[in-house]
Write a protein that binds this ligand. Structure first.
Ligand code: PEP
Length: 306
């Protein structure tokens, strides 16, 4: 009986090979991804060595084309002292900024995208569209998107792996709310957000210099309350340890982790003086070029740059 079965299987295999077109009825096998794509033209040029400080503006839903151009002109008049600078603007302002920009090392970033290449996703933008508009960085997992727009961990994780695969620099946000901090749950929340967010990131990993995280306690965002430098350092060194568990110590040592939450020109120096705080994600204080430039200058000074 089993001989007969083997014989029939052999005949079927032979027929499949001999009849042109039949083998194409087999289901298509998708190729495993072969690693990150080359970075889009707007992606930051990576500088290796000691972690390069980074300050990113999150304009949220603010600015129009005239004020965006004026901001850029003013910012380009300031020496950024070796601090990598990113402006995360509303999508419609990206081409405006890209056309007005004279300094190519000023990186443009987006605040959101949808992790599919194209299709029927009304109102959304793909990473290819953002790259085309001049962006090389993108914010992912911001608490306003998680809370106001219901973005859950699974979507946030898919966004992170898609952005990395497309060669973007993600600025991946995590942070606890006030009740969680008061309940002593900060580290548990950070760990859970990291484990969930990083779950889609598989080897080969991108260069560590291209991955950016932002510790943003929700109770400090837009409230005028800032984490103390000690609180921020403690949380960020915890984040770095978790990154070392996911990647390796050598890798985690090269990943930038920012602080965000009412950072301004008055508190930036003290926060940036902490060893694990590599810069800032700045909301309100990023809307005026002079204030934003002052935060960049304080960061540079605290990090001993240039
Ligand atoms: C933010 O929205 O990422 C942020 C840090 O905002 P703010 O600086 O206004 O607290």
């Amino acid at each position: 009986m089993s001989d007969l079965r083997t014989h029939i299987e052999q005949l079927v295999r032979q027929a499949l090979q001999e009849l042109p077109g039949l083998s194409s009825l087999e289901p298509a096998r998708s190729e495993p991804p072969s690693g990150p794509l080359p970075a889009p033209p707007g992606a930051p040029v990576l500088r290796f060595g000691k972690r390069v400080p980074l300050v990113a503006a999150n304009w949220k839903m603010n600015q129009l084309s005239a004020s965006a151009r004026a901001f850029l002109t003013a910012l380009e008049g300031h020496d950024r002292l070796g601090v990598q600078t990113v402006i995360c603007a509303p999508h419609v302002l990206l081409p405006v900024l890209a056309a007005a920009r004279r300094q190519a090392d000023l990186v443009l970033g987006a605040q959101n995208f949808y992790p599919e290449p194209a299709g029927a996703f009304t109102g959304e933008h793909s990473l290819d569209m953002l790259a085309d508009a001049g962006a090389g960085a993108v914010i992912i997992g911001h608490s306003e998107r998680r809370t106001l727009f219901g973005e859950a961990d699974a979507l946030v994780a898919r966004k992170l792996s898609t952005a990395v695969a497309r060669g973007f620099m993600p600025i991946f946000c995590i942070g606890e709310n006030l009740a969680e901090r008061q309940a002593g749950a900060t580290f548990r929340v950070l760990r859970n957000q990291l484990v969930a967010g990083l779950s889609g990131l598989l080897p080969p990993f991108p260069e560590p210099e291209r991955l950016v995280f932002a510790y943003e306690p929700i109770w400090a965002i837009g409230t005028g309350l800032t984490a103390t430098a000690e609180q921020a350092q403690e949380a960020i060194s915890f984040v770095r340890e978790r990154l070392a568990e996911k990647f390796s110590y050598a890798y985690a040592e090269k990943v930038r982790v920012l602080y965000g939450g009412s950072a301004n020109e008055k508190n930036a120096a003290e926060l940036a003086a902490k060893p694990d705080i590599d810069g800032f994600l700045v909301g309100n204080a990023s809307l005026q070029a002079a204030t934003f430039a002052a935060i960049i200058a304080r960061t540079a000074a605290s990090k001993g740059r240039p």
